[in-house]
Structure formats: C-alpha cells, structure tokens
Write a protein that binds this ligand. Structure first.
Ligand code: SF4
Length: 279
C-alpha cells in the first residue's frame, strides 16, 4: 500500500489545478472529466503549501489528523447529508455507467442535459446498440470528446449484450476491461450501483484530503491507497460522496469557504479563508 508522503502540502491555486492543495502545483487530474495529479512535480514550480510554522527554510505540512478526529470529521460530514447522491442523473447501473463514461472532461450538468436526450431514445445496452454510433454522437455532441465517447458507449454496450446478457457486471475488474472505463469510472459505478465502499479519488477528494489532511499524497492512486484503509467503517460506503460534495461546495479550490465549514475546528490547513472581519 502506498503511504501518504509527508512533504510539501499544497496551497490552493485554482479549480483546474489538482495541486490546489497537493504537494505539487501543476499536477493534472484525469478522472472522468476531472483532473488527477501527475506523478512528478514540475521542476521549479511554486511551493506546494506555505510554511505552516517556523521559517526554518524548510516547508512543513501539517500532519494528518488522528483516527478519532477522522471519525468526527466523517460524522459531521455525514450529518450534513446522510444519504448523499451523485449529481449525475441515472436510472439503473447501465445508465449510471454511461453517464460516468460521458462525464470525462464535462460537467455533471452538461452530461445530464445530454443523457436526458440520449436515454429518451435508448436506456439499455440493446437499445443503444440499435440506436447506433452516429445517433449517439448527435445526442451527446454538446459535451467534450463526444466522438470518442459515442464510440465507447456503443462498444461497451456491445460487450454488455454479448458477454453479460445486457447487465452491468458488479466487478471493478470487469468494468475496467470495458472501452472508455478507467479505474475511477469503475470505482464510481461499483460504489453507487452496487454499494462497494470504494473511493474514486477525483480533484475534489484529492484536494480536500490533502488540505485537512486526512492523508498526504502526490497522486490520485496514492491517495486512494492511503484513504481506503483509514476511513472509519460506518462511513466507508459514502465517504467518496461526502468528500466530493465537501470539495465541490465548501472546500473549493480557489477560495475554500472555511467560515461555513462544519469541520473548520478539526482541519489543519494553514491557509484557511478567514471569516469576514477577521481578514
Ligand atoms: S476549514 Fe477550510 S480548508 Fe479546511 S476543510 Fe474546511 S473549507 Fe477546507
């Protein structure tokens, strides 16, 4: 298992900068539409995070919070949204799979607009295959990479029909073998559709986890490996959602809304946004 690295916890830069809070400032994220960190920090880039303490010349990150604090963090996040749901619209595992595949480099709102049109014409693998690639392309042309995505949707639908009787396999490995389905897409699908306690690290989870820090990691894979064993059992099923929603709406990349944050007193991020009047 990868261990979180202890150097250089990152300062927020912008929404598209995975290193907004991670050790390296120019890490890009590539999960279903979002950005994931690269493995190497750019030489000469800005320091990942401001020194949090004495100016010894060497930057130090806050240490990850302990188990008791982690449990309290997830308890509070769960209280704000006991049954979190994806912002993507879907009807069943198949439409969820298609929506997540389409969400690469696209907003959930943009994907929902496209899938409303698409699923009105075809919402099963058989119907999608019958609809054909050209028609799928027409329905999703408002979202990024629509040509490649249409091709993948048809190809994966073919495989589901031919190999799985039209069902979506509940296995991460089987899903990852489908065209257009990467590790994170598979993790999201098995989590939402089949209740597996996976954590698909996207730009939000990466940023939030490095800021608090729940763990410190330089890549999405390393963060997943670090988080998976330390999320307390009662929260494993929805941890992925709570962290994404927290990052999307509160712990935003450019300017985290710390004064409204339910875990403000537990978070160790050294550059918290001050409350009005405190600045
Ligand atoms: S206090 Fe601020 S930086 Fe820390 S988790 Fe909350 S919003 Fe994010």
């Amino acid at each position: 298992m990868d261990q979180p690295r202890r150097k250089a916890a990152p300062p927020a830069q912008n929404e598209n900068d995975a290193a907004a809070t991670a050790p390296s400032p120019r890490q890009k994220i590539r999960r279903s539409g979002e950005k994931t960190p690269k493995h190497k920090p750019k030489q000469g880039g800005k320091p990942a995070e401001k020194p949090s303490g004495k100016s010894s010349g060497k930057q130090r990150s806050p240490r990850p919070v302990d188990a008791k604090t982690r449990a309290e963090i997830f308890r509070r996040l769960s209280e704000t949204n006991p049954e979190p749901r994806s912002d993507l619209e879907y009807r069943d595992p198949y439409t969820l799979l298609v929506a997540v595949v389409l969400s690469a480099q696209a907003t959930d709102a943009g994907v929902n607009k496209a899938t409303r049109r698409l699923f009105a014409l075809a919402d099963t693998p058989e119907a999608m295959v019958a609809l054909g690639e050209e028609a799928v392309r027409e329905q999703i042309r408002t979202i990024g990479l629509y040509r490649a995505k249409a091709k993948n949707v048809i190809a994966l639908s073919h495989i589901l029909v031919e190999q799985y009787g039209g069902a979506v396999p509940p296995s991460r490995a089987a899903l990852e073998a489908l065209p257009g389905v990467g590790k994170k897409t598979a993790a999201v699908v098995v989590n939402i559709a089949f209740g597996e306690p996976t954590i698909a690290v996207d730009t939000h989870i990466f940023r939030v986890s490095n800021r608090i820090p729940l763990a410190i990691a330089r890549t999405a894979d390393a963060m997943e490996a670090a988080l998976t064993p330390i999320v307390p059992d009662p929260y494993r099923r929805h941890a992925h959602h709570w962290l994404i929603l927290h990052g999307r709406y509160i712990c935003k990349a450019r300017k985290p809304d710390c004064p409204r944050c339910p875990i403000h007193d537990l978070c160790r991020y050294p550059d918290k946004t001050p409350a009005p009047g405190d600045a």
